[in-house]
Design a protein around this ligand. Structure first.
Ligand code: DOR
Ligand code: ZN
Length: 348
Protein backbone atom coordinates (compact mmCIF):
# COMPACT_ATOMS: atom_id res chain seq x y z
CA UNK A 1 0.00 0.00 0.00
CA UNK A 2 1.35 3.44 -0.91
CA UNK A 3 1.24 6.25 1.57
CA UNK A 4 -1.90 8.32 1.75
CA UNK A 5 -1.84 11.61 -0.14
CA UNK A 6 -5.25 12.88 0.90
CA UNK A 7 -7.37 12.73 4.06
CA UNK A 8 -11.05 13.54 3.94
CA UNK A 9 -13.01 13.70 7.19
CA UNK A 10 -16.06 15.37 8.65
CA UNK A 11 -15.26 18.92 9.69
CA UNK A 12 -13.79 18.67 13.21
CA UNK A 13 -14.72 20.62 16.34
CA UNK A 14 -12.38 22.00 18.98
CA UNK A 15 -13.65 20.96 22.41
CA UNK A 16 -11.30 23.30 24.28
CA UNK A 17 -10.03 26.67 23.09
CA UNK A 18 -9.06 30.07 24.48
CA UNK A 19 -10.26 32.80 22.15
CA UNK A 20 -9.55 35.70 24.56
CA UNK A 21 -11.27 39.04 24.06
CA UNK A 22 -10.90 42.42 22.37
CA UNK A 23 -8.04 42.86 19.92
CA UNK A 24 -6.58 39.42 20.61
CA UNK A 25 -9.95 37.77 19.95
CA UNK A 26 -10.21 39.62 16.66
CA UNK A 27 -6.70 38.43 15.77
CA UNK A 28 -7.18 34.73 16.56
CA UNK A 29 -10.86 33.87 15.93
CA UNK A 30 -10.45 33.24 12.22
CA UNK A 31 -7.69 30.66 12.76
CA UNK A 32 -10.03 28.50 14.79
CA UNK A 33 -13.04 29.18 12.56
CA UNK A 34 -11.03 28.19 9.48
CA UNK A 35 -10.46 24.70 10.84
CA UNK A 36 -13.35 23.89 13.12
CA UNK A 37 -17.14 24.01 12.86
CA UNK A 38 -17.66 24.57 16.58
CA UNK A 39 -15.55 25.11 19.64
CA UNK A 40 -15.95 25.02 23.38
CA UNK A 41 -14.79 28.50 24.36
CA UNK A 42 -13.01 28.80 27.68
CA UNK A 43 -14.35 31.40 30.12
CA UNK A 44 -11.09 32.52 31.77
CA UNK A 45 -11.37 36.16 30.79
CA UNK A 46 -10.72 39.05 33.15
CA UNK A 47 -13.21 39.13 34.80
CA UNK A 48 -14.25 35.52 34.19
CA UNK A 49 -17.50 34.56 32.46
CA UNK A 50 -19.68 33.57 35.39
CA UNK A 51 -23.18 34.61 34.32
CA UNK A 52 -25.44 33.75 31.41
CA UNK A 53 -25.54 37.44 30.55
CA UNK A 54 -21.76 37.61 30.35
CA UNK A 55 -21.67 34.46 28.19
CA UNK A 56 -24.25 35.92 25.82
CA UNK A 57 -22.29 39.15 25.44
CA UNK A 58 -19.01 37.25 24.98
CA UNK A 59 -20.57 34.95 22.40
CA UNK A 60 -21.67 38.02 20.45
CA UNK A 61 -18.13 39.43 20.57
CA UNK A 62 -16.83 36.10 19.23
CA UNK A 63 -19.38 36.14 16.41
CA UNK A 64 -18.48 39.75 15.60
CA UNK A 65 -14.80 38.76 15.35
CA UNK A 66 -15.44 36.10 12.68
CA UNK A 67 -14.81 36.65 9.00
CA UNK A 68 -17.83 37.49 6.87
CA UNK A 69 -19.88 34.41 6.06
CA UNK A 70 -18.26 32.14 8.64
CA UNK A 71 -20.62 29.49 9.98
CA UNK A 72 -18.48 28.85 13.05
CA UNK A 73 -20.48 28.19 16.22
CA UNK A 74 -18.95 29.17 19.57
CA UNK A 75 -20.17 27.02 22.46
CA UNK A 76 -19.85 29.01 25.65
CA UNK A 77 -18.89 27.87 29.12
CA UNK A 78 -19.40 29.08 32.67
CA UNK A 79 -16.41 29.67 34.94
CA UNK A 80 -17.15 28.06 38.29
CA UNK A 81 -16.28 30.08 41.38
CA UNK A 82 -16.78 29.16 45.06
CA UNK A 83 -20.51 28.96 45.80
CA UNK A 84 -21.44 28.98 42.09
CA UNK A 85 -25.18 29.54 41.75
CA UNK A 86 -27.00 26.39 40.58
CA UNK A 87 -29.95 28.44 39.30
CA UNK A 88 -27.75 30.64 37.13
CA UNK A 89 -26.05 27.56 35.69
CA UNK A 90 -29.36 25.90 34.93
CA UNK A 91 -30.81 29.08 33.42
CA UNK A 92 -27.75 29.55 31.24
CA UNK A 93 -27.71 25.93 30.16
CA UNK A 94 -31.43 25.93 29.39
CA UNK A 95 -31.02 29.10 27.31
CA UNK A 96 -28.16 27.53 25.33
CA UNK A 97 -25.67 30.06 26.67
CA UNK A 98 -23.67 27.62 28.76
CA UNK A 99 -22.89 24.37 26.99
CA UNK A 100 -20.78 23.29 29.97
CA UNK A 101 -19.08 24.63 33.09
CA UNK A 102 -15.34 24.81 33.72
CA UNK A 103 -13.70 23.95 36.99
CA UNK A 104 -10.39 25.72 37.55
CA UNK A 105 -8.81 24.95 40.89
CA UNK A 106 -7.93 28.42 42.24
CA UNK A 107 -4.49 29.54 40.99
CA UNK A 108 -3.97 26.48 38.77
CA UNK A 109 -3.33 28.50 35.61
CA UNK A 110 -3.91 31.72 33.61
CA UNK A 111 -6.73 33.82 35.10
CA UNK A 112 -7.75 31.19 37.62
CA UNK A 113 -7.55 33.44 40.67
CA UNK A 114 -11.34 33.28 40.97
CA UNK A 115 -11.34 29.51 40.64
CA UNK A 116 -12.66 27.02 43.15
CA UNK A 117 -10.76 26.84 46.47
CA UNK A 118 -12.72 23.89 47.86
CA UNK A 119 -14.89 21.46 45.95
CA UNK A 120 -17.35 21.43 48.87
CA UNK A 121 -18.50 24.95 47.93
CA UNK A 122 -19.70 23.86 44.48
CA UNK A 123 -21.49 20.65 45.47
CA UNK A 124 -24.94 22.20 44.97
CA UNK A 125 -23.84 23.38 41.50
CA UNK A 126 -22.50 19.93 40.61
CA UNK A 127 -25.67 18.27 41.82
CA UNK A 128 -27.73 20.51 39.59
CA UNK A 129 -25.43 19.97 36.62
CA UNK A 130 -25.70 16.23 37.11
CA UNK A 131 -29.49 16.48 37.20
CA UNK A 132 -29.82 18.63 34.07
CA UNK A 133 -27.10 16.85 32.09
CA UNK A 134 -24.64 19.75 31.90
CA UNK A 135 -21.03 18.61 31.43
CA UNK A 136 -18.26 19.57 33.84
CA UNK A 137 -14.89 20.41 32.30
CA UNK A 138 -11.98 19.99 34.65
CA UNK A 139 -8.52 21.52 34.75
CA UNK A 140 -7.12 18.58 36.67
CA UNK A 141 -4.17 19.85 38.64
CA UNK A 142 -3.69 20.36 42.35
CA UNK A 143 -2.14 23.71 43.18
CA UNK A 144 -0.27 22.91 46.39
CA UNK A 145 3.18 24.42 46.22
CA UNK A 146 4.63 21.35 47.91
CA UNK A 147 3.51 19.06 45.07
CA UNK A 148 6.03 18.83 42.27
CA UNK A 149 4.63 20.54 39.18
CA UNK A 150 5.11 17.39 37.09
CA UNK A 151 2.98 15.40 39.57
CA UNK A 152 0.06 17.78 39.90
CA UNK A 153 -2.23 16.02 37.45
CA UNK A 154 -1.68 12.54 38.88
CA UNK A 155 -2.19 13.84 42.42
CA UNK A 156 -5.39 15.61 41.35
CA UNK A 157 -6.76 12.34 40.04
CA UNK A 158 -6.00 10.59 43.34
CA UNK A 159 -7.11 13.31 45.70
CA UNK A 160 -10.02 14.94 43.89
CA UNK A 161 -11.19 13.37 40.67
CA UNK A 162 -11.65 9.82 41.90
CA UNK A 163 -13.97 11.04 44.65
CA UNK A 164 -15.77 13.42 42.29
CA UNK A 165 -16.58 10.62 39.86
CA UNK A 166 -17.71 8.39 42.72
CA UNK A 167 -19.93 11.06 44.31
CA UNK A 168 -21.47 12.21 41.02
CA UNK A 169 -21.86 9.00 39.04
CA UNK A 170 -24.19 10.54 36.45
CA UNK A 171 -22.29 13.79 35.97
CA UNK A 172 -20.54 13.98 32.60
CA UNK A 173 -16.93 14.98 33.23
CA UNK A 174 -14.24 15.91 30.74
CA UNK A 175 -10.71 15.81 32.08
CA UNK A 176 -9.18 18.50 29.90
CA UNK A 177 -5.79 18.41 28.17
CA UNK A 178 -4.52 15.16 29.69
CA UNK A 179 -0.75 14.86 30.00
CA UNK A 180 0.03 11.68 31.91
CA UNK A 181 -0.21 7.91 31.74
CA UNK A 182 -2.22 8.11 34.97
CA UNK A 183 -4.82 10.38 33.37
CA UNK A 184 -5.13 8.22 30.26
CA UNK A 185 -5.57 5.09 32.39
CA UNK A 186 -8.04 6.77 34.72
CA UNK A 187 -10.26 7.95 31.89
CA UNK A 188 -10.04 4.66 30.04
CA UNK A 189 -11.10 2.66 33.07
CA UNK A 190 -13.83 5.04 34.25
CA UNK A 191 -17.45 4.64 33.16
CA UNK A 192 -18.98 6.27 30.10
CA UNK A 193 -19.58 9.57 31.93
CA UNK A 194 -15.86 10.35 31.92
CA UNK A 195 -13.92 11.52 28.85
CA UNK A 196 -10.79 13.53 28.06
CA UNK A 197 -9.47 16.02 25.56
CA UNK A 198 -5.98 15.73 24.08
CA UNK A 199 -4.01 18.68 22.71
CA UNK A 200 -1.69 18.63 19.68
CA UNK A 201 1.23 19.82 21.82
CA UNK A 202 0.83 17.09 24.42
CA UNK A 203 0.91 14.57 21.57
CA UNK A 204 4.02 16.15 20.06
CA UNK A 205 6.20 17.33 22.95
CA UNK A 206 7.83 15.84 25.98
CA UNK A 207 9.52 17.87 28.69
CA UNK A 208 12.84 17.93 26.89
CA UNK A 209 11.15 20.42 24.56
CA UNK A 210 11.22 22.98 27.38
CA UNK A 211 15.01 22.90 27.44
CA UNK A 212 16.02 22.09 23.86
CA UNK A 213 19.32 23.97 23.50
CA UNK A 214 18.09 26.59 25.97
CA UNK A 215 14.93 27.69 27.75
CA UNK A 216 11.92 27.44 25.42
CA UNK A 217 9.03 29.59 26.57
CA UNK A 218 6.87 28.66 23.58
CA UNK A 219 6.75 25.04 24.77
CA UNK A 220 5.47 26.12 28.16
CA UNK A 221 1.83 25.43 28.92
CA UNK A 222 -0.23 24.05 31.77
CA UNK A 223 -0.45 21.26 32.56
CA UNK A 224 3.24 21.32 31.73
CA UNK A 225 4.49 18.75 29.19
CA UNK A 226 5.71 15.56 30.84
CA UNK A 227 8.38 12.93 30.28
CA UNK A 228 8.40 10.75 27.15
CA UNK A 229 6.65 7.80 28.80
CA UNK A 230 3.63 10.02 29.45
CA UNK A 231 3.62 11.50 25.97
CA UNK A 232 3.52 7.98 24.60
CA UNK A 233 0.60 7.04 26.85
CA UNK A 234 -1.36 10.15 25.88
CA UNK A 235 -0.73 9.47 22.18
CA UNK A 236 -1.79 5.86 22.51
CA UNK A 237 -5.02 6.93 24.20
CA UNK A 238 -5.81 9.51 21.51
CA UNK A 239 -5.27 7.08 18.62
CA UNK A 240 -6.71 4.05 20.41
CA UNK A 241 -10.14 4.39 18.83
CA UNK A 242 -11.74 4.74 22.27
CA UNK A 243 -14.64 7.19 22.10
CA UNK A 244 -13.53 8.65 25.45
CA UNK A 245 -10.75 10.70 23.89
CA UNK A 246 -11.36 13.63 21.61
CA UNK A 247 -9.86 16.75 20.14
CA UNK A 248 -9.36 19.84 22.29
CA UNK A 249 -6.50 22.11 21.23
CA UNK A 250 -6.19 24.28 24.35
CA UNK A 251 -4.91 26.88 21.91
CA UNK A 252 -3.93 29.69 24.29
CA UNK A 253 -2.48 32.81 22.66
CA UNK A 254 -0.23 35.16 24.62
CA UNK A 255 1.58 38.04 22.89
CA UNK A 256 5.23 37.19 22.29
CA UNK A 257 6.50 39.63 24.93
CA UNK A 258 4.32 37.91 27.55
CA UNK A 259 5.85 34.54 26.63
CA UNK A 260 9.47 35.66 26.31
CA UNK A 261 9.67 37.25 29.72
CA UNK A 262 11.23 36.62 33.11
CA UNK A 263 7.90 35.13 34.16
CA UNK A 264 6.45 33.86 30.89
CA UNK A 265 2.76 33.01 30.50
CA UNK A 266 1.59 29.43 30.08
CA UNK A 267 -0.07 28.63 26.78
CA UNK A 268 0.66 27.39 23.29
CA UNK A 269 -1.01 29.04 20.31
CA UNK A 270 -1.74 26.07 18.07
CA UNK A 271 -4.93 27.20 16.31
CA UNK A 272 -3.37 27.98 12.89
CA UNK A 273 -2.26 24.39 12.12
CA UNK A 274 -4.04 22.31 14.73
CA UNK A 275 -5.61 19.71 12.44
CA UNK A 276 -2.35 19.42 10.48
CA UNK A 277 -0.52 18.77 13.75
CA UNK A 278 -2.99 16.10 14.86
CA UNK A 279 -2.88 14.45 11.42
CA UNK A 280 0.90 14.30 11.65
CA UNK A 281 0.76 12.59 15.05
CA UNK A 282 -1.95 10.15 13.93
CA UNK A 283 0.05 9.26 10.87
CA UNK A 284 3.18 8.67 12.96
CA UNK A 285 1.09 6.26 15.03
CA UNK A 286 -0.22 4.51 11.92
CA UNK A 287 -3.71 5.57 12.89
CA UNK A 288 -4.90 7.97 10.19
CA UNK A 289 -8.04 5.86 9.91
CA UNK A 290 -8.93 6.89 13.49
CA UNK A 291 -8.39 10.62 13.05
CA UNK A 292 -12.00 11.28 12.08
CA UNK A 293 -13.46 9.63 15.17
CA UNK A 294 -11.08 11.55 17.44
CA UNK A 295 -11.47 14.90 15.68
CA UNK A 296 -15.07 14.89 14.52
CA UNK A 297 -17.19 12.17 16.15
CA UNK A 298 -16.26 11.35 19.74
CA UNK A 299 -16.73 14.93 20.95
CA UNK A 300 -20.27 15.46 19.66
CA UNK A 301 -21.19 11.97 20.86
CA UNK A 302 -20.08 12.80 24.40
CA UNK A 303 -21.73 16.23 24.40
CA UNK A 304 -24.93 14.87 22.87
CA UNK A 305 -24.67 17.17 19.85
CA UNK A 306 -25.05 16.32 16.17
CA UNK A 307 -21.96 15.58 14.12
CA UNK A 308 -20.97 18.03 11.41
CA UNK A 309 -22.03 17.06 7.92
CA UNK A 310 -19.55 19.28 6.12
CA UNK A 311 -16.22 17.70 5.21
CA UNK A 312 -12.64 18.89 5.08
CA UNK A 313 -9.68 17.69 3.05
CA UNK A 314 -6.02 17.53 3.99
CA UNK A 315 -3.44 17.07 1.24
CA UNK A 316 0.08 15.81 1.55
CA UNK A 317 1.61 19.15 0.66
CA UNK A 318 4.27 20.36 3.10
CA UNK A 319 3.57 23.62 4.88
CA UNK A 320 6.19 25.78 6.51
CA UNK A 321 4.83 27.21 9.70
CA UNK A 322 5.41 30.93 10.15
CA UNK A 323 7.86 31.91 12.88
CA UNK A 324 5.56 34.72 13.96
CA UNK A 325 2.07 36.01 13.18
CA UNK A 326 0.98 39.61 13.73
CA UNK A 327 -1.70 40.02 16.39
CA UNK A 328 -3.15 42.77 18.53
CA UNK A 329 -0.35 45.27 17.96
CA UNK A 330 2.19 42.57 18.76
CA UNK A 331 2.87 39.04 17.51
CA UNK A 332 2.10 35.44 18.31
CA UNK A 333 4.55 32.59 17.88
CA UNK A 334 2.51 29.65 16.65
CA UNK A 335 3.05 26.04 17.66
CA UNK A 336 5.53 24.34 15.26
CA UNK A 337 7.00 27.76 14.37
CA UNK A 338 9.67 27.33 11.70
CA UNK A 339 8.94 23.63 11.23
CA UNK A 340 7.51 21.95 8.17
CA UNK A 341 4.34 19.89 8.59
CA UNK A 342 3.58 17.22 6.00
CA UNK A 343 -0.15 17.93 5.70
CA UNK A 344 -2.05 20.98 4.58
CA UNK A 345 -5.73 21.78 5.11
CA UNK A 346 -7.38 22.53 1.78
CA UNK A 347 -9.97 25.23 2.00
CA UNK A 348 -13.42 24.40 0.72
O1 DOR B 1 -1.28 26.64 29.07
C1 DOR B 1 -2.38 27.04 29.42
N1 DOR B 1 -2.86 28.23 29.02
N2 DOR B 1 -3.09 26.28 30.22
C2 DOR B 1 -4.23 26.70 30.76
O2 DOR B 1 -4.81 25.97 31.51
C3 DOR B 1 -4.73 28.07 30.49
C4 DOR B 1 -4.20 28.60 29.25
C5 DOR B 1 -4.40 30.09 29.12
O3 DOR B 1 -5.53 30.56 29.31
O4 DOR B 1 -3.44 30.78 28.79
ZN1 ZN C 1 -7.26 25.63 28.53
Amino acid sequence: MGEATRIEIRRPDDWHVHLRDGEMLRAVASYTARQFARAIVMPNLVPPVTTAGAAEAYRQRVLDALPEGSGFVPLMTCYLTDHADPDELARGHEAGLFTAAKLYPAHATTNSAFGVTDLATIRPALERMQRIGMPLLVHGEVTDRDIDIFDREAVYIDRILTGLVRDFPELRIVLEHITTAEAAAFVESAGPTVAATVTPHHMALNRNALFEGGLRPHAYCLPVVKRERHRQAVRKAAVSGSAKFFLGTDSAPHAVERKEADCGCAGIFNAPYAIESYATAFEEEGALDRLEAFASENGPLFYGLPRNEERIVLERVPIEVETSLPAAGSALVPFHAGETLPWRLVQA
